[in-house]
Design a protein. Structure first.
Length: 528
């Protein structure tokens, strides 16, 4: 059997716009909570939220924002972020998500590349003074005509322009309403352009597979600027009458667990490093997490030991692993509620309803037999409209058959579940042997002195590349030695997979969405 499968299910795709879907939720659950901001104590019922979205949408129209205009948002997690998401979708403006970690050079590029005319921003967060950075680049951003800051008089001034009972434009569910910049490791980021149909359906089906209902309360410590927060969090919740709980402006492990306890959350999101940080809190056992039943772990592979603790100690018996990419809205594969531990840690699940996936030979494009590694490709409603104003780059990523090429190396099992064995560009080739870092990382998680580990290939004169293990020790005062590490591997891993170099670190370089920047580890330690 070849490595192709497509998702079937009893539930049809939604043909709604996001605004129409929200209207249905408001009519069905007007008095249920939809949004709770723990830091400020503010709360919205569906009826209140719908009214506030309408007011902001009206204010944007009165400000001259038209269908297809680009509205930027450069902010940490807060309720206003969510209001902007739904208000722009309601009027058919294209919301441009800007990474809060960006600095002036990057934000100037995005504002110009997308042609942003109105920008929403936080005032400041940690070391970022957003107003000062905008002031610095404003003169070089051709189309930027207005800035609105959350928590500033400019926000109230904008809302004051709203017209009661304003008429909203008629929209198609295939209209573009979101541009998300993918964090390219080389060159400038590309703007994945997504429609109502792309992201509303993806959020809806992700929520369906973890059985969301109006009884659920979803703790979202992952950033809204990324699909994980705004699609799998916000849209999955509102399409099911559930509630979004914001624990903090950016990830804070203690604030996250406090929010789960205080708001009796039933679902918790995070990348594995977030769950590791929560489990490692000195007072972890003091939090009452008994309300949890499910959640989503995504962004990178979950170590088996971490998953065991999440299920047992965080009460997340139905936790789901999701796999995807921004260009596919984002989720293509997901584990199911009743999958066993091996499927939740050894695979990234099976295909979602209404989506196709296949594994192909990266050189020839021919579909591989099941059990054989190749590039994972996906096709269906979730594939982006394209990269904003970059047709050549779109054509490189989406082929003539409308297959999105992920750049990930994968193996499809006989049962249709998919294992990600690495990035094509992360694969280590040592003396002609292909080495997948994930396999070595999984093995090293079992070492008693290792809290976290990342494996990368670095240049080697004789073998082309050698294996470097970057380790965060459980006890910084007693890290493992290279000799201990190699002895631990000896006889249990093939000799060419055993790390020949070791670096002890306090932390890994991370993207703001919580992914380890392996490219930075490779570059830093390539020179010895």
């Amino acid at each position: 059997m070849n490595s192709y499968t497509h998702g079937v299910g009893p539930t049809a795709l939604l043909g709604d716009t996001i605004g129409a879907n929200l209207d249905r939720a408001v009519a069905t659950w007007p008095d249920r909570e939809v949004l709770v901001d723990v830091p400020s104590g503010r709360r919205w019922t569906y009826a209140q939220f719908g009214a506030d979205v309408d007011r902001l949408a009206s204010a944007l129209l009165a400000s001259g924002v038209a269908v297809g205009d680009r509205v930027g948002i450069w902010a940490v997690n807060c309720p206003e972020w969510v209001l902007v998401q739904y208000a722009t979708a309601r009027i058919g403006a294209i919301m441009v998500n800007i990474n809060p970690a960006y600095r002036t050079h990057e934000v100037e590029y995005v504002l110009n590349q997308a042609g942003v005319s109105l920008l929403f921003a936080s005032l400041s967060h940690k070391t970022s003074d957003y107003r000062a950075m905008v002031d610095e680049v404003r003169g070089r951003c051709r189309e930027l005509r207005e800035m609105v800051y959350f928590g500033d008089p400019s926000w109230e001034e904008l809302l004051g322009r709203a017209v009661p009972d304003g008429v909203h434009p008629e929209l198609s569910c295939d209209d573009p309403i979101n541009i998300q910049y993918t964090s390219g490791t080389t060159g400038f980021p590309k703007g994945a352009t997504l429609s109502h149909h792309n992201i509303l359906n993806n959020g809806y089906f992700v929520g369906e597979l973890i059985s969301y209902s109006e009884q659920d309360r979803v703790c979202v410590p992952v950033p809204f600027y990324h699909c994980f927060g705004m699609v799998m969090g916000n849209l999955a919740a509102t399409s099911h009458g559930a509630c979004v709980v914001i624990p903090a402006p950016s990830f804070d492990p203690a604030a996250t667990l406090r929010a789960v306890q205080q708001e009796r959350c039933t679902s918790l999101y995070g990348v594995p490093t977030m769950f590791i940080a929560e489990l490692n809190l000195p007072d972890f056992a003091d939090y009452d997490l008994s309300s949890l039943r499910t959640g989503i772990m995504a962004g990178s592979p979950c170590p088996v030991e971490v998953m065991k603790r999440v299920v047992a100690e965080m009460h997340m018996a139905e936790v789901s692993i999701c796999y995807g990419m921004t260009e596919t809205s984002p989720v293509s594969l997901q584990t199911r509620r009743d999958d066993d531990l091996e499927h939740r840690t050894g695979t990234v699940g099976r295909v979602l309803p209404h989506i196709e996936v296949k594994v192909v030979d990266p050189a020839t494009g021919v579909t591989q037999p099941r059990g054989t590694a190749g590039e994972l490709c996906t096709r269906g409603y979730s594939v982006m409209l394209g990269y904003w104003n970059e047709p050549e780059k779109t054509a490189e990523a989406v082929d003539s058959g409308r297959w999105m090429h992920t750049g990930d190396l994968a193996v499809m099992r006989e049962d249709g579940y998919v294992e990600i064995v690495g990035r094509i560009k992360d694969m280590i080739i040592r003396g002609g042997e292909n080495i997948y870092p994930r396999e070595i990382e999984e093995f090293l998680y079992g070492h008693p002195k290792i809290a976290d580990v990342q494996v990368v290939g670095v240049p080697h004169e004789r073998y082309g590349e050698e294996v470097l293990a970057c380790v965060i020790p459980r006890d910084p005062a007693a890290p493992p030695s290279l000799e201990e590490l190699r002895a631990f591997c000896d006889g249990r891993l093939a000799h060419y997979k055993i790390p020949s170099r070791l670096k002890i670190l306090d932390a890994f370089p991370m993207t703001v969405s919580g992914k380890v920047r392996k490219v930075e580890l490779r570059e830093t330690y390539a020179r010895g």
